[in-house]
Ligand binder design. Structure first.
Ligand code: NDP
Ligand code: F7E
Length: 313
């Protein structure tokens, strides 16, 4: 990407979008354009068209989406599939109609079959049943991938698709019901420590395994791939390490310095048992993750505390 190129970061205030903006600005890219959700609702085809026609954008990072953890996905599947299909369709189609040079689409590792061979290779896509708790969202993400690949095939566009594993970092969502596990546990253990609660409730059995990538690593990978990858196939982005939810809870408990107990609520869904991704392709393209979970957890807890002090909690 040329330093004076006009770059649109859709979803620039989110966990991923804000990390991409921080990285681009640190690298000296100054011609960035963004709109908040209130300024431009990407589910409105006409308004998205007017924006793209007025801005003459060169590159797009499509990090806007309706996103949530296992409870949000299983509670609101209609909203997840509808809004994500609309956002993808509108941004991808108007990118084509207005001659965007390159677009990076953010998928997710939830697109892979529930019982895919682990670590999961990109070739596992559509090779089996999806995890029920986030099937609607996964179908929307798979559609986004297929849209990029279809536009590339028919129109000669350069739309690349990346599949990040579970993410965490600054500007994450800490809402108890709609967040992902890591931010939820940071908040739960912090509040239990402040309130001297005797235990913290962790959802599920604690047995599922997850892989966690810091959003600053993801942003770096996205910008790297925008500059160095132009293939039609999807690329996994991960760290190549996994741990159980129980082990994660123990780590968060230690970072926050909580001394009470951990109780598991097995009435809550576990979701997919494992989803560690194979990162051979990513490494072959020349990029590797740098931030370990222990380092990332400490940074995330500090960001969480800074956010609290800002909102005066
Ligand atoms: N978080 C994770 O663990 C993972 C995320 N991903 C993917 O990364 C991408 C970004 O996720 P993440 O940063 O975590 O999500 P966030 O919810 O943090 O950010 C999403 C952003 O999109 C905006 N947005 C949502 N709907 C609309 C809309 N209709 N019009 C305009 N803007 C909208 C949100 O604005 P507002 O909040 O104001 O509505 C928000 O700024 C997504 O595609 C997600 O699927 C992939 C793997 C893992
Ligand atoms: C990135 C990926 O993320 C989502 O998939 P997920 O990884 O299953 O989501 P999750 O982070 O919410 O849960 C991971 C595990 O953690 C357990 N768990 C324990 N205690 C809490 C808890 O307090 N909150 C949450 N959310 N989970 C908890 C929870 O029971 C589950 O076993 C997709 O919806 C989709 O968004 C997607 O793409």
């Amino acid at each position: 990407m040329e330093k004076d190129a006009k770059i649109y970061v859709a979803g620039h205030r989110g966990l991923v979008g804000s990390a991409i903006v921080r990285n681009l600005e640190a690298q000296g890219f100054r011609n960035l354009v963004f709109r908040t959700h209130a300024e431009l609702d990407l589910t409105d085809y006409r308004k998205v068209g007017a924006f793209f026609q007025n801005e003459s954008i060169d590159y797009v990072f499509l990090a806007a989406a309706k996103v949530g953890g296992i409870m949000a996905n299983s509670s609101y599947p209609a909203e997840f599939i509808k809004e994500n299909l609309m956002i993808e369709t509108h941004v991808i189609d108007w990118s084509y109609k207005t001659g965007v040079k390159k677009l990076l689409f953010l998928g997710s590792t939830c697109i892979y079959p529930k019982f895919a061979e682990q670590p999961i290779k990109e070739t596992e896509l559509l090779n089996g049943q999806l995890e029920a708790t986030n099937e609607a969202y996964a179908i929307a993400k798979i559609t986004g991938i297929k849209m990029c690949q279809s536009y590339n095939a028919q129109y000669g566009t350069h739309y690349i698709s990346v599949m990040p594993t579970n993410l965490y970092g600054p500007n994450d969502n800490y809402d108890y019901m709609t967040s992902h596990v890591l931010p939820a546990l940071v908040r739960k253990f912090y509040e239990a420590k402040m309130n001297h609660d005797p235990y913290v409730v962790v959802w599920g059995t604690g047995r599922p395994k997850r892989e966690f990538l810091h959003s600053d690593d993801l942003a770096d990978a996205c910008i790297y791939l925008m500059n160095h990858y132009d293939g039609n196939e999807i690329v996994n982005i991960g760290v190549g390490k996994e741990l159980t939810i129980r082990e994660l809870a123990e780590k968060v408990k230690e970072v926050i310095g909580y001394t009470g107990d951990i109780h598991f609520d097995s009435s809550k869904p576990d979701g997919t048992p494992r989803k560690i991704v194979d990162v051979t392709k990513l490494h072959a393209l020349g990029w590797k993750a740098n931030i370990s979970l222990d380092q990332g957890l400490k940074r995330t807890y500090q960001d969480f505390l800074n956010t609290l002090s800002k909102v005066g909690n």
